[in-house]
Design a protein around this ligand. Structure first.
Ligand SMILES: [Zn+2]
Length: 305
């Protein structure tokens, strides 16, 4: 039984996950980064102990998935916006000491990719890319069954390849990244700016825009077409570069887009690679995907043959 820790912008979730990727117990606490690292570590530790008690098992290892800049092999946290006091702290070393087990840490995009590859939609796929589209675009790349890492074992950012160099400014420094064009908030901003008039009641989220489009609203339909176009272009780029067995699609926006429409965009180009052999599949691990992914981080690091 692996103790899983998912550290996100709004909450820290902790759970016990068995060898089949099933969550046996789960506890949550607000992230509350302003309360400092020692407070966060103490809450994680007590939630792990409680989760273990609830399942009447011993923790045999701990896996952590966290948003932001983390260093998987030293265990240290880098510059994470909502965890300013965690910079330079090392929950891997601290939890290993507290529980006497091995602890593994990855970026949460990589953790989810490992979860879907091990226990989810991508089970058995050797070349898999996981993409999640919500308020940002993140993900992870698995090649030959192993998590792909860049130089200095860095985490590649699939959301920051440029789709339209004259597009809106992105937080990374470029303009028109996939993340700047195809997230839920980007879709909402486009809808608002094209709504005309004072746009007072046009402050809609992506989910509401998809709903309006299904009801036949013309502007909402254009917003969905635009969203589908940009999502499709980004997927086409990933297919052109990697030609993976499968791309697993997670996050709230992906649930509303038609996969066939995405394939339609991809089919417009990609003619030099066998794009039709790359499967598109929705993520299958549900609302506990991050927790399950965090547990899989441990298996990927320590339990492989
Ligand atoms: Zn960017």
């Amino acid at each position: 039984m692996i103790g899983a820790v998912d550290i996100g912008g709004t909450k820290i979730a902790v759970g016990m996950v068995d060898d089949h990727g099933t969550v046996r117990a789960k506890l949550e606490s607000p992230t509350a980064g302003e309360r400092g690292y020692a407070d966060g570590l103490a809450r994680i530790t007590s939630m792990l102990r409680e989760a273990a008690q609830n399942t009447r098992t011993e923790i045999s290892g701990i896996g952590i998935g966290s948003t932001g800049w983390v260093f998987p092999f030293t265990g240290e946290f880098g510059d994470v916006d909502f965890l300013p006091t965690w910079k330079g702290c090392n929950p891997v070393a601290d939890l290993a000491r507290a529980f006497g087990v091995r602890v593994a840490l990855e970026n949460d995009g990589d953790a989810s990719a490992l979860g879907e590859a091990g226990w989810g939609a991508g089970r058995g796929k050797r070349r898999l890319i996981y993409v999640t589209v919500g308020t940002g675009i993140g993900g992870g790349i698995i090649l030959d069954g192993q998590l792909y890492r860049g130089v200095d074992r860095s985490h590649p950012e699939v959301g920051h390849h440029v789709i339209d160099a004259s597009g809106p400014a992105c937080t990374c420094g470029f303009r028109g990244c996939w993340e700047a064009l195809a997230t839920g908030p980007a879709m909402a901003a486009w809808y608002k700016s094209n709504a005309g008039g004072d746009g007072k009641d046009k402050d809609l989220g992506a989910k509401e825009i998809f709903h309006l489009a299904r009801e036949g609203d013309a502007l909402a339909r254009r917003a969905v077409e635009r969203e589908t176009h940009y999502l499709g272009l980004g997927l086409a780029n990933l297919i052109g570069l990697f030609v993976p067995d499968m791309i697993v699609l997670g996050g709230s926006v992906m649930k509303s887009v038609q996969l066939e429409d995405l394939r339609g965009v991809i089919a417009q180009g990609c003619r030099f690679v066998p794009w039709e052999k790359t499967e598109l599949a929705l993520a299958s691990l549900g609302e506990d995907a991050n927790l399950i992914g965090a547990a899989r981080v441990w298996h990927h690091r320590y339990a492989q043959p």
